[in-house]
Ligand binder design. Structure first.
Ligand code: HO6
Length: 352
């Protein structure tokens, strides 16, 4: 049977992954309120289409941090792609050659060199956790910068890992996983580099932004900002972007859905830096709504893993192409010929 929506890939992944792996990927923190609301929040937003605008030519292209992407959907950082497909992140990187951006996770199961070699011309950003050992962090940043990574995405919502009940029931164990699945850490010739969440420095703070700026030329994007207060601080610390995210509902439960937190951040930022969003994007109209409310582009987490589970590179391509078609259709139906024509007027209740 043909796969006609992202949920079809989800169903395939559920049936084909080992139960504890599926539950690790699908899981949220605690009662999964935020995980589920990321999705349900879109279903409450209604669209205001405009007609008779000559929709014979529609352009989905845009830019992020000055780099062109073919449509405003990119790949969010998620770890351990080898759990889903033997070649893991290498396959993900090849699918990304369709001209979008792939944010590679600190916890990738392939070497960065191999990820880049899979698609040498692809646009890539690196997701970072500051490690207790700053030397490891510095080395990692300089390594990926020399490999052509174009931006540094610092995750700010993970001083500790969220409380995932099902993983606890399953005694899902990351170190065991790392050894049994032969997962390599993405820093070569360095025995110190066995990353674990306990290696994430929970003392990481705003003052580290200046340190990061001193060791890299890459623009810095903060992933996980959910309030106007932190958006203001992000700007006063001279970062170049904010990715509104609640980590797929996997960290603090009962924070707002990202589409609901977006307006507060966008209003605080006032166009001074780019604002992105991840969490809960499952259809083309979800993408349209996020852009209408001020996101420059959106990122896909779990759906990429479903595509990868289905057919590696080809599966990820299918997921992205399906969403691209849906997004194109949503532009055609609402009278938007280009990304710049997508405005707040498209949604019924401007959420202020
Ligand atoms: C190790 N986010 O599952 S899981 C242990 N950032 O949402 S890290 C746990 C993880 C990764 C690496 C993780 C997540 C998540 C060693």
């Amino acid at each position: 049977m043909a796969f006609v929506c992202l949920a079809d890939f989800q169903a395939f992944a559920k049936d084909n992954l080992p139960k504890s792996t599926w539950e690790f990927i699908e899981g949220g923190a605690d009662e999964c309120i935020t995980r589920d609301e990321n999705i349900s929040a879109y279903k409450k937003i209604r669209l205001r289409p405009r007609f008779l605008r000559d929709m014979s030519v529609v352009d989905t292209k845009t830019t992020i941090q000055g780099s062109e992407i073919s449509f405003p959907v990119c790949i969010a950082p998620t770890g351990f792609h080898c759990l889903c497909w033997p070649d893991g992140e290498q396959s993900t990187a090849k699918a990304e050659a369709m001209n979008i951006c792939y944010v590679t996770s600190t916890y990738s199961s392939c070497f960065y060199d191999d990820i880049v070699a899979g698609a040498p011309n692809g646009l890539r950003w690196i997701q970072l956790y500051v490690q207790r050992d700053r030397k490891i962090t510095k080395k990692l940043i300089q390594k990926v910068e020399s490999l052509g990574y174009k931006a540094l995405v610092l995750t700010v919502d993970t001083p500790a890992l969220g409380n995932r009940l099902q993983d606890n029931r399953n005694r899902f164990s990351f170190p065991a996983l790392l050894s049994t699945k032969n997962i390599h850490v993405p820093i070569e010739e360095n025995s110190e580099s066995l990353l674990s969440v306990s290696s994430i420095d929970s003392s990481t703070s705003w003052k580290d932004i200046a340190w990061l700026k001193s060791i890299t030329q890459m623009p810095i994007i903060l992933k996980g900002i959910l309030t106007r207060e932190d958006a203001e601080l992000a700007i006063s610390h001279n970062v170049q972007g904010i990715l509104v995210s609640n980590h797929g509902g996997r960290q603090l439960d009962t924070v707002p859905a990202t589409i609901d937190a977006l307006t507060e951040v966008v209003n605080a930022v006032q166009g001074r830096i780019e604002v992105y969003l991840d969490g809960g994007i499952r259809t083309g109209t979800d993408v349209l709504k996020a852009l209408a409310l001020g996101a420059r582009c959106v990122f896909l987490g779990r759906p990429i893993l479903w595509g990868l589970t289905y057919k590696g590179e080809e599966g990820v391509r299918q997921v992205l192409n399906l969403l691209k078609k849906e997004f194109y259709r949503s532009m055609v139906f609402t009278g938007c010929r280009s990304i710049s024509e997508i405005s707040q007027d498209l949604v019924q209740f401007s959420k202020l």
